[in-house]
Design a protein around this ligand. Structure first.
Ligand SMILES: NC(=O)c1ccc[n+]([C@@H]2O[C@H](COP(=O)([O-])OP(=O)(O)OC[C@H]3O[C@@H](n4cnc5c(N)ncnc54)[C@H](OP(=O)(O)O)[C@@H]3O)[C@@H](O)[C@H]2O)c1
Length: 322
């Protein structure tokens, strides 16, 4: 079986005789995986993502059940897995077949197919969890602006789409002004350059945002928090621009502003199923088809370099059979 295997931190290659992962109740015929920022760090050996060797990479997986040793799934079921150790401590989705823990998998949500599920992937589920976190913290579409940073990327594009469809006024922050038509087609009502949000500013600035989805981190997150209106919140899920933040307590103690941490690493099966059901219902599937491209596994290295350089638009679905 062909798969992309990390034999060590620095030895990552396509093997034609790779083995299924040793642990898991479900054997899958894999149809698609996807490319996330984290995948690219693992493929290029630039991040310490993989926690045991050898491991097949790919943090997303979508396919059809070949066999299952528990009652949960049966042969022919279409299932999806994101994060949850895939491609890190467990075998991932960059393989023609894979053995996966039943706990990692959920049934494909009604309305999606395997390709569209991977167009969503970890990035899309993260965007959904960000929106759900903001809503739990009181965000409603009341005409005020909601910011999305890294908007032309995977998490950002899907966050823009979800928020715009739910009736929010979305301001998309991007470092690629040429992506304005694309971002408007996803529903953004205004575009700002990423430099506006990444320059050093004070810890308390004029109130602008009712809420925000931040995939960039660093000074961008600091500025978003400083500009968030009373009782607003910022869902922080990424670090495409930097991991460190330095701020002061003023937005928290004077404006009741919250930073909501969002991790897609190990949410419960119940919350994954809820997120997928909402994605299937709330996403414009025709637009989702437009914002994803399907690429062969054989191109994974150059695709990884592209995403790390901030050049990828929307989502990349990986066809593991080509
Ligand atoms: N918390 C979680 O569980 C979780 C899950 C998935 C992803 N993430 C994180 O979320 C982030 C986005 O992931 P993704 O898969 O959407 O990646 P992506 O497709 O590469 O999107 C990242 C976007 O960030 C912007 N960007 C890139 N470099 C930047 C820089 N130096 N400064 C400011 N902006 C920059 C670019 O958007 P523009 O060109 O529009 O500016 C880029 O398209 C990553 O940090 C990833 O690790 C976290």
């Amino acid at each position: 079986m062909r798969a992309l295997v990390a034999h060590s931190q620095t030895d990552v290659r396509l093997d034609d005789d790779a083995s299924l992962a040793p642990e898991g109740e479900v054997v899958l015929d894999v149809a698609y995986s996807s490319l996330n920022y984290k995948d690219a760090l693992a493929v290029t050996s630039r991040g310490r993502i993989v926690r045991r060797f050898p491991t097949i990479l790919g943090i997303d997986i979508a396919g059809t059940v070949v066999s299952c040793t528990t009652e949960e799934f049966k042969e022919g079921d279409q299932v999806v897995g994101i994060a949850h150790g895939l491609g890190e401590s467990d075998g991932g989705g960059y393989a023609e077949q894979q053995r996966v823990r039943a706990e990692t998998l959920v049934p494909l949500a009604d309305g999606l197919d395997l390709d569209l599920a991977m167009a969503v992937g970890t990035a899309g589920v993260t965007a959904m969890l960000c929106v759900m976190a903001l809503e739990r913290n009181g965000l409603t579409p009341d005409g005020r602006e909601v910011a999305v940073t890294g908007a032309a990327g995977g998490v950002g594009s899907i966050a823009v789409m979800l928020l715009a469809r739910a009736g929010y006024r979305v301001v998309a922050s991007t470092g690629r002004p040429e992506q304005e038509p694309y971002l408007r087609s996803l529903g953004a009502s205004a575009i700002i350059h990423r430099d506006e949000l990444s320059k050093k500013g004070g810890p308390l600035q004029s109130e602008r945002w009712a809420g925000a989805v931040d995939t960039v981190g660093g000074d961008t997150l600091v500025n978003l928090v400083a500009q968030t209106a009373y009782e607003g919140s910022v869902a922080s899920c990424g670090m495409a621009g930097g991991a460190d933040i330095q701020t002061a307590v003023w937005p928290f103690i004077l404006r009741n502003v919250s930073i909501l941490g969002v991790s897609t690493n190990k949410p419960s099966k119940e919350s994954r199923i809820a997120a997928w059901a909402r994605l299937a219902k709330d996403l414009d599937l025709d637009k989702l088809r437009e914002l994803r491209r399907i690429e062969p596994l054989s191109k994974i290295r150059e695709l990884s370099e592209e995403i790390l350089a901030g050049q990828t638009r929307g989502r990349v679905v990986i066809d593991v059979k080509s």
